[in-house]
Design a binder for this molecule. Structure first.
Ligand code: TYM
Length: 334
């Protein structure tokens, strides 16, 4: 607990172009939960270098992502929005937790398997140990709740396992975090292959809606979205493309899938696609506008970056000191 509130932590990588999946699966829920919790939202730039990055691009994207958090409606005076690399305790705790995590556990991680297949020329130790850094991110703040999309569930489970293991050896040290998965939007699928997750690394640009896509591009991508030949509007697994469109519409408008099905019953797929496109444009246009405005306000953003790095460091250090003492590192002399 911090200030009598439970603690929420989440983060996003500043790699590639963020997609509608990132927004509906994570960011939108962060905003909904922000008042109820003491929140830490990190731009996890240390995770990004598990895959080769161009330094200038990473720096720019990391800053734009931090701005996006604010543009999405998070108040950086209340929520602690910061760069992971500015708080060295993340790396320090990750090292300690590495020593309490088994190779076999990491070998089972599906994201590691996927990413090492994709980057066969650079299967580095960081990529392998990535979930331990993620566990450190979460456990450093004594986090109660972690809002994420479904694809991060396996990492959340290993975080809980590591925390429980440590607590069992050394006594109560870490809060055991729970995942928060939104009712709709927790797994937005590709518009071109609805059996696959919408992903920023998809090679086909028509498969994903990028948060910075202009309105015409968004409308065009939805028009081309893959559906089926059944010809009737229903919300079911067998019509995966349609189900995804309904999920997106539901996550953008707050309507339930059932309401949407009755709203469009008897109408064609084209009309649904058009409505979804408009709903997404209505969501993303104001967001893009706020990002552009905030990008111009250098001193305001710099102030947020500095203050929140200090705030995050303060809370992170408390947990790190406790852990260091538990494992037997000598006390500091003051
Ligand atoms: P990342 O950067 O891949 O994704 C950020 C968030 O977006 C969600 N997401 C989706 N949700 C629904 N549908 C989709 N198609 C979709 N694609 C992505 C993800 O589930 C995630 O919530 N390892 C994490 C970052 C991280 C983190 C953490 C998250 C590092 N440390 C601590 C939470 C807590 C990642 O790579 O997310």
């Amino acid at each position: 607990m911090i200030n009598d509130k439970k603690v929420l932590f989440s983060g996003m990588q500043a790699t590639g172009n963020l997609t509608l999946g990132n927004y509906l699966g994570a960011l939108q829920n962060w905003v909904k939960l922000a008042d109820e919790y003491e929140c830490f939202y990190s731009v996890v730039d240390m995770h990004s270098i598990t895959v080769r990055q161009d330094p200038a691009t990473l720096r720019k994207r990391a800053r734009s992502l931090l701005i996006l958090y604010i543009a999405a409606g998070l108040d950086p005076e209340k929520a602690c929005i910061y760069f992971q690399s500015h708080v060295s305790a993340h790396a320090e705790l990750a090292w300690i937790l590495d020593c309490y995590t088994y190779m076999g556990e990491m070998n089972r991680m599906t994201q590691f398997k996927d990413k090492s297949a994709k980057h066969a020329d650079n299967i580095n130790v960081g990529l392998f140990a990535y979930p331990v850094l993620m566990a450190a991110d979460i456990l450093l703040y004594q986090t109660d709740l972690v809002p994420v999309g479904i694809d991060q569930m396996q990492h959340l489970e290993i975080t809980r396992d590591i925390a429980n293991r440590f607590n069992n050896i050394y006594g109560q040290t870490f809060t055991i975090p729970e995942a928060y998965i939104g009712k709709v939007g927790a797994k937005i699928m590709s518009l071109q292959d609805p059996t696959k997750k919408m992903s920023k690394s998809d090679e086909n640009p028509n498969a994903s809606i990028y948060l910075m896509d202009d309105p015409d591009t968004i409308r065009r991508k939805f028009k081309r979205a893959v559906t089926d030949s059944e010809g009737c509007i229903a919300y079911r697994d067998e019509q995966a493309g349609l189900k995804n469109l309904i999920d997106i519409y539901a996550a953008c408008t707050g309507k339930t899938p059932d309401t949407i099905v009755s709203e469009f019953s008897g109408l064609g797929y084209g009309q649904l696609k058009e409505a979804v496109g408009e709903a997404v444009v209505d969501k993303l246009s104001p967001l893009q506008q706020r990002c552009a405005e905030l990008e111009k306000d250098k001193s305001y953003i710099d102030g947020i970056i500095k203050n929140n790095a200090e705030k995050a460091s303060y809370y992170a250090a408390k947990t790190l000191r406790k852990v260091q003492r538990k494992v037997g590192f000598p006390d500091r002399i003051r």
